[in-house]
Design a binder for this molecule. Structure first.
Ligand code: FAD
Length: 402
């Protein structure tokens, strides 16, 4: 019997949520579901700044996929997608090939350095578990080396973070907590370490209002983070960033770029038409002009008709898109009309370390400090709950008291 074959690429927020919804909506007789992911685990991308700073163990942020899907309903293929051949309805993987009737592209984000000279060569980027773990290991190595008798550069303990969006600010918030722990562990004076955040725009965290931004800035500065706004980075060298009109070189032993993301490079390699590195989708989340390909999460360029701009890429958006895509796949199988995607914002919460944060939730209610930090943990635990139920929350959830 010829069952339709649905292939989902990527087991991030978008791909794994789609798969879970399809598992609920379809019986094995109705369709074959295949999930392809580079690793045998899903990771919580929104926790990667904690992995990078070393404030959580990388294992806490990842979930073995076979623990949260039903193997009788979904076939998991652990392999990397290299190209999508849409003319022949085939996906080329590193080690094999797959054909499909319906495709969901959810391959997530990669760092975007906007062509800043030297950034790709000299700066770390937060892209997945491995690239984030390398950052925390590198930082700890700088501390371990400092008093070891080896010759060290006087700037080697400095940590430079480019970009003051969500990732950059959440990262320096974690670093403000991690650095004192490392100083204690390696007998180093805290004053020898600088955490420097550099941003071209005139403000940090553009998605929050002025009052919350001011609170975040003060909180971070009180904990020793230097924030340089209105300071475009013209180049990244082995030594640090070259910044501003006077070409100041800020030196550091750890250089991290968090200033932008784009969709997976597989999109370009597959010859898809792209807008700012992402695929334009119609309101039903299908790739423009394609009947059987959906693109969601950070790979998609989805227009917000109310605000007249694309939706910013978030986990919240990715999961809501997944719900609509799963429903639309079922509709396609049943020859029923498709639903248009409408985003319903539940608010935005940014952490500033373990016990501080800012939030804009429930009809523009503003939270800051411990209340916002607690809200962030609720959001993080809810995300685990949606993937693996209460068992996963108990195993990997965030319950450390303030
Ligand atoms: P991803 O979560 O990136 O998942 C992509 C999946 O595809 C991964 O499993 C990856 O391994 C797999 N994959 C990639 N390439 C291949 C390949 N070639 N072959 C096979 N598999 C592949 N959003 C919020 O809403 N709130 C927040 O507080 C927030 N905080 C953030 C903090 C940080 C540090 C970062 C980095 C992002 C944050 N975001 C936040 C944004 C959010 O994480 C992304 O928008 C979200 O991860 C997008 O989901 P996705 O499923 O499209 O991609």
């Amino acid at each position: 019997l010829n069952k339709p074959k649905i292939v989902v690429l990527g087991a991030g927020y978008a791909g794994l949520t789609t798969t879970k919804r399809l598992m609920q909506k379809l019986s094995p007789e109705q369709a074959e579901i295949v999930l392809v992911n580079k690793h045998n685990y899903h990771y919580e991308s929104t926790w990667l700044h904690e992995v990078a700073a070393g404030t959580i163990n990388p294992n806490q942020a990842r979930v073995i996929i076979s623990d949260v899907i039903n193997p009788n309903k979904v076939k998991l293929v652990v392999d990397a997608v290299t190209k999508i051949d849409k003319d022949n309805q085939r996906v080329i993987l590193e080690n094999s090939e797959l054909d499909y009737d319906y495709l969901v592209v959810a391959l997530g984000f990669e760092s975007n350095d906007f062509g800043i000279k030297g950034m790709a060569e000299h700066a770390f980027a937060i892209e997945d578990i491995d690239s984030s773990r390398v950052i925390s290991e590198h930082i700890e190595y700088q501390f371990a080396k400092y008093n070891s008798g080896e010759s060290v550069d006087e700037h080697s303990l400095n940590i430079l973070v480019g970009g003051a969006g969500f990732t950059g600010i959440e990262l320096v918030g974690e670093l403000a907590e991690r650095v004192p722990q490392l100083c204690k562990k390696y007998d180093i004076d805290r004053n020898k370490v600088r955490i420097i955040n550099v941003e071209a725009a005139p403000s940090i965290l553009p998605m929050f209002d002025k009052e919350l931004v001011e609170y975040a800035k003060k909180s971070l500065e009180n904990r020793g983070v230097e924030i340089k706004i209105g300071a475009p980075i013209s180049e990244c060298t082995e030594e640090g960033f070259i910044v501003g009109e006077d070409n100041e070189l800020i030196k550091a032993g750890t250089i991290i770029w968090t200033g932008g993301v784009k969709g997976s490079s597989v999109l370009g390699k597959s010859g898809f038409e792209l807008t700012k590195g992402k695929v334009n989708v119609d309101s039903d989340l299908r790739m423009s002009g394609e009947e059987n390909i959906f693109v969601i999460g950070d790979c998609s360029w989805v227009w917000d008709h109310n605000a007249d701009r694309p939706y910013p890429p978030t986990a919240q958006l990715a999961m809501q898109e997944a719900d609509v895509v799963a429903a639309n796949l079922v509709a396609l199988l049943n020859n029923e009309p498709l639903t248009d995607f409408v985003f319903k914002s539940k608010g935005t919460v940014a952490s500033l370390g373990h016990s501080d944060g800012i939030a804009n939730v429930f009809n523009d209610n503003k939270l800051k400090g411990k209340a916002a930090a607690a809200m962030k943990k609720v959001v993080d635990n809810r995300s685990l709950y949606l993937i693996g139920g209460p068992k996963l929350v108990l195993k990997k959830g965030k319950f450390r008291p303030f």
